[in-house]
Design a protein around this ligand. Structure first.
Ligand SMILES: Nc1ncnc2c1ncn2[C@@H]1O[C@H](COP(=O)(O)OP(=O)(O)O)[C@@H](O)[C@H]1O
Ligand SMILES: O=C(CO)[C@@H](O)[C@H](O)COP(=O)(O)O
Length: 488
């Protein structure tokens, strides 16, 4: 049996799977709400992730009823910056992936290094989501903390550190720091030198399935896992999620709606957009790369709508109202830029909007417009892929947004082609467990692991593609029309 641990944004999930890819046990534990002391800031306490990880692991082990865990894989929300001192003590709350405060640091990086040179060195432009920009903000605003930093980790790597005492990171996660030479799969000494970040702060790098650590005595006492159990490097949530969905060959892509939304495609070599509108990262499978377009506020849009306007309702109750509304929401649109936007606008200041409201629109219309607006935003990445010649044959759906039937149908309609749902819903944690199993030789490769365990459960055909094609063209007009409104 293999254990996958996903240190997500909302909570941590631990999943135990067997060699056939059956989920034997799954347990989640919620995190405290994101702290946002100022508009656009987003912070979490690494100690809270570790508390949630212990609870989730203990719960999953109890549910797995004494199953022997042969290896553990880690995944989690990407890009978050965890800063540790010489003793491995956390120096301040982590600045997480959706924190938007670092646009000035991005501007500085772009001016100092140059937009094209940044893409040459790291395959990506400077975006506020990326770890390096968060470190530079701390250097500028909290020099006393910066002076004490000796180690920098991402969220799941901090949980690994607490379980094993090792400072380690996988290539896929490291790609989202802006400190990796993505094309050559090594830390970029040029980036470290240009920004003054000591290379000694960066953890050792491993490929996703590589065993990089073992549970130590303290980790065993905290989690109930056996000391000595091997721990694979794993991958960021999108990287491990793609493994869990079998996204390994050009042509098969995934569309995942978690808090963020991601359209992900595997590539045989690093494929870059010279305008930087999508990310180019190392794949969790050795020897592969991937591209992905990201919508910052995808599942977040529905969650925000529910929490703000219908706190008494469940997602299912809201989507049941939306199901009564025709495709196209009778001309009501939603642009999901609650945390600015990455693909395709690269605009940290973009704002979300409902557009086209009339007195006839009901709550159901608003919910349907949210589901459609998020799908339009993911379609923007498919449009970009088409522009860059990245093939899209089959689309597989993942994330919490694929849980409800209406959002699945809306996606088929907006993408204008059939979409597939997979048997295992655990996405990232499932993929992390497959990486762990590969690391200890249960399967000879990540490809073999996916072939043995990833199964399609259902195919959803589009029914309203023509209506949504027209609506998508209208949606594309909204961002340029509203762009300058409310800008500081
Ligand atoms: N039953 C449902 N129907 C439609 N959407 C849902 C449902 N359950 C969850 N979601 C969406 O999925 C999102 C959470 O997805 P998840 O993959 O669990 O996120 P994360 O990993 O970021 O915590 C929610 O914000 C919500 O938008
Ligand atoms: O920023 C990214 C990927 O670049 C996000 O994928 C985060 O890694 C967290 O996303 P959720 O899984 O919480 O949606």
């Amino acid at each position: 049996m293999f254990l996958g641990i996903d240190v997500g944004t909302g909570g941590t999930r631990a999943v135990v799977i067997d060699r056939e890819g059956r989920v034997v046990a799954s347990q989640a534990s919620e995190h405290a709400a994101i702290s946002s002391p100022e508009i656009g800031w987003a912070e979490q306490e690494p100690e809270d992730w570790w508390r949630a990880a212990q609870e989730a692991i203990r719960g999953a082990l109890a549910a797995a009823d004494g199953a022997k865990i042969e290896a553990i894989g880690l995944t989690g929300q990407m890009h978050g910056c965890v800063m540790l001192d010489e003793q491995g003590e956390v120096l301040r709350p982590a600045l997480i992936w959706c924190d938007q405060r670092t646009q000035p640091q991005c501007d500085w990086l772009t001016e100092t290094i140059g937009f094209e040179r940044l893409i040459e060195l790291t395959a990506n432009p400077a975006l506020p989501n990326f770890t390096l920009t968060k470190l530079l903000w701390v250097r500028e605003h909290e020099p006393e903390i910066f002076a004490k930093i000796r180690h920098v980790l991402c969220p799941k790597d901090y949980v690994r550190f607490r379980m094993t005492g090792e400072y380690a990171m996988d290539m896929q996660e490291a790609s989202g720091t802006l400190l990796l030479d993505v094309a050559h799969r090594r830390w970029s000494s040029e980036m470290a030198e240009a920004t003054g970040i000591p290379m000694a702060w960066l953890p050792r790098l491993f490929e996703g399935p590589e065993i990089c650590a073992r549970i130590d005595d303290a980790g065993a006492a905290a989690t109930g896992l056996a000391a000595g159990t091997p721990v694979a490097a794993g991958a960021g949530d999108q990287g491990a999620g793609a493994v869990g969905m079998g996204i390994l060959k050009p042509g098969t892509v995934s569309a995942t709606i978690g808090t963020s939304g991601v359209v992900f495609a595997a590539t045989d070599s690093p494929t870059m957009d010279r305008l930087g509108r999508m990310h180019t990262f190392c794949h969790a499978a050795p020897g592969l790369w991937h591209v992905m377009g990201v919508t910052n506020g995808a599942g977040l849009s529905l969650r925000y709508f529910r929490d703000t306007f219908a706190p008494e309702s469940s997602y299912d109750a809201l989507t049941a109202l939306a199901a009564k509304v025709p495709a196209g929401s009778d001309g009501l649109f939603w642009t999901p830029y609650l945390f600015g936007e990455r693909t395709p606008h690269l605009d940290a200041q973009a704002r979300a909007a409902f557009v086209g409201i009339t007195a006839s629109h009901t709550r159901g219309h608003f919910v349907r417009a949210v589901l459609e607006g998020v799908a339009f935003s993911l379609r923007d990445t498919l449009t970009l892929f088409a522009e860059l010649g990245i093939p899209v044959g089959e689309i597989r759906l993942g994330g919490g947004g694929a849980r409800g039937p209406l959002w699945r149908q809306v996606q088929a309609d907006v993408y204008g082609q059939p979409v597939k749902l997979l048997e295992a819903e655990e996405g990232g944690a499932f993929g992390a467990a497959l990486l762990a199993g590969t690391g200890v030789g249960a399967w000879p490769s990540v490809e073999a692991a996916c072939a043995a365990t990833v199964r399609i459960a259902e195919t959803i055909q589009p029914v309203d593609a023509a209506v949504m094609e027209v609506a998508y063209k209208e949606y594309r007009k909204i961002y340029p029309a509203l762009r300058e409104i409310g800008r500081a």
